[in-house]
Design a protein around this ligand. Structure first.
Ligand code: ADP
Ligand code: G6P
Length: 532
């Protein structure tokens, strides 16, 4: 029986060891795991090879065997990497060189020959682990920027195997790519694949421009077929990734998600205007009392000393004009996600439109990511500080503008959060696709809810009915956020229906099928012309 072997740096599940020594596996966060995980789960002929995420030094031989077995039960083959390999290959070359470079953050990129050497070594380790697993007729599908040398390493071992590679992040312009000292080697590594896939046509064009510039000896035809010296061809195309729409729509209706939604709505005073009405009014009353009642704590402070009470009064005066609203966002804490800029835009909205004071609550779910990389640690500190500043500046006695959650939540509470959001604020500075935007819309299946979306991500090409913004333009995001909060329910529903119709068809499962069908076609003699 031929199999599909998926290969990625990170497996779709991570190991948690409980105090009694037993192992449980939990779903990983990130677009790759979310999109391909369900396909792997539902296809019994599909194996997934990737880094175990655990340090082998910490475990005995027997424990490592148990860990392998726990992964094996999920049809996953774990690869164990040493601390030095993780430092050089994962934290270093993958996340401190390629990630910033591919997301147009060249100024964050480091070029360390030691990291490059480790990257080559670990790609070779992957090839060594995969080689004994491959049987005739198997398809090998390699994922993402961590494993760009692997296609060629496997090709040299299996000249006729069917090998695909897909990039889950943007491919940069040639001007940026060519600053990578090992760009030629990376491209040559990729060309071991029969099919190379990107999220958008723009990334395909950038990739072909890099091929043209760095490997001018190769020919590229008008269909994006690259002719190689050994007579093989590599096809290149765009495959915009989707989500499991029904899974998100259904999960948003689950009792746990609904409980989460109701909890958030209640905390934000939604559907119970009187809660804020009374609490904000009470603060307004307290302010009034502050100026009159002798001997009370308040009486020692003027309103100028207590700006929050002034705000409470102005908010109290706007009561009845505004319904309470919830904004949500869900991200890994990554500098490409534009969190500081987004927070600045939210703060600016509270400043420019003080009528939102007490009436809009921002649920910001941002899970720390890649904390072994300096730029990520700095970002975490920056976001913590900005949230603190905004909450410190605008909070009322009974209202906190931002609820900041840094835990990683599982799919049900995440869907509950999405469902509670009147507006989703999704403003990456650069992103290959961005699945969060799509998940939010699925969780609002048939309902209103407005999406403010960055034009710097692949999803913006598809979700054109969103409030599209330049994430660097703080004023633009501020105004779009205000407009999204004010949108009429009918208009929001109409916009969503158009976007949801597309998402229902372009699912993650169809994306997998489309890539694998194309791979089959380009590797079947005589079928190349029927690629698309
Ligand atoms: P990236 O792949 O860069 O992380 P995407 O938006 O494409 O960005 O995908 C992120 C995926 O991870 C989504 O499925 C989202 O639901 C999930 N996710 C992101 N952040 C969190 C979080 N803090 N808690 C739970 N799930 C998260
Ligand atoms: C993005 C990358 C994935 C990666 C994920 C989470 O989605 O494209 O390859 O798995 O981020 O990042 P991490 O470094 O934690 O695996």
């Amino acid at each position: 029986m031929s199999r599909l072997i998926i290969v990625s740096n990170r497996l779709p599940v991570s190991l948690d060891t409980t105090p009694d020594g037993s192992h449980t596996l939990r779903q990983n966060v990130g677009g790759l795991a979310t999109a391909i995980g369900p396909y792997h789960k539902s296809h019994r002929d599909c194996l997934w090879v990737g880094w175990s995420g655990v340090d082998p030094e910490q475990y005995s031989e027997q424990e490592l065997a148990d860990i392998k077995q726990a992964y094996g039960q999920r049809r996953c083959v774990p690869i164990f990497l040493s601390q030095d390999e993780i430092k050089g290959y994962y934290a270093g070359f993958s996340n401190d060189t390629l990630w910033p470079l591919f997301h147009d953050f060249s100024h964050e990129a480091t070029f360390d020959p030691g990291d490059w050497q480790m990257y080559q070594q670990v790609n070779e380790r992957f090839a060594q682990v995969i080689a004994p697993l491959v049987s005739k007729g198997d398809t090998i599908w390699i994922q993402d920027y961590h494993l760009m040398l692997l296609p060629q390493l496997l090709r040299s071992r299996f000249p006729t195997a069917s090998i695909g590679w897909f990039l889950h992040v943007p491919f940069p312009s040639v001007e940026i790519f060519r600053s990578l000292p090992w760009g030629r080697e990376i491209l040559q590594g990729l060309l071991g694949a029969d099919l190379i896939g990107f999220h958008t046509v723009d990334f395909v064009v950038s990739f072909l421009a890099s091929i043209h510039r760095l490997l001018p000896e190769l020919s590229v035809d008008t269909d994006g077929m690259i002719g190689l010296p050994d007579g093989r061809q590599t096809a290149v195309d765009a495959f915009p990734i989707g989500i499991d729409y029904n899974l998100y729509a259904r999960t948003a209706r689950s009792s746990l998600a609904q409980a989460m939604r109701r909890g958030i709505e209640a905390a934000a005073g939604k559907n119970r205007g009187h809660r804020y009405r009374s609490s904000v009014a009470a603060e307004g009353d307290a302010a009034a009392e502050a100026s009159s009642s002798e001997g009370s704590w308040w009486s020692h402070h003027s309103l100028e000393d207590l700006p929050e009470l002034t705000l409470a009064q102005s908010a109290a005066s706007s009561i009845g004009q505004k319904a309470n609203k919830v904004i949500v966002s869900v991200d890994r804490l990554d500098y490409t996600k534009g969190l500081p800029e987004r927070l600045e835009a939210f703060g600016r909205m509270l400043e420019k439109y003080p009528e939102w004071t007490g009436h809009v609550t921002y649920y910001l779910l941002a899970t720390p990511s890649r904390e072994d990389v300096e730029s990520y640690r700095k970002l975490k500190a920056q976001v913590d500080e900005l949230v603190g500043q905004i909450n410190g500046r605008y909070s009322l006695l009974a209202w906190t503008p931002i609820h900041y959650i840094t835990r990683s939540l599982s799919i049900k509470p995440v869907c509950g959060m999405y469902a509670a959001g009147d507006v989703a604020l999704v403003t990456p500075l650069r992103d290959g696709m961005n699945l969060v935007a799509k998940e939010y819309l699925a969780c609002h299946d048939g309902r209103e809810g407005a999406l403010v979306l960055s034009d710097m991500c692949g999803a913006a090409d598809e979700l054109t009915d969103a409030f599209i913004v330049n994430p660097y333009d703080i004023n633009m995001v501020c105004e779009a956020l205000h407009d999204a909060l004010e949108i009429a329910p009918d208009e929001a529903r109409a916009r969503n229906i158009r976007m949801q119709a597309r998402l229902k068809v372009r699912t993650a499962s169809n994306w997998c099928k489309s890539f694998l069908n194309t791979l089959r076609q380009v590797t079947t003699p005589g079928m190349v012309d029927k690629r698309m």
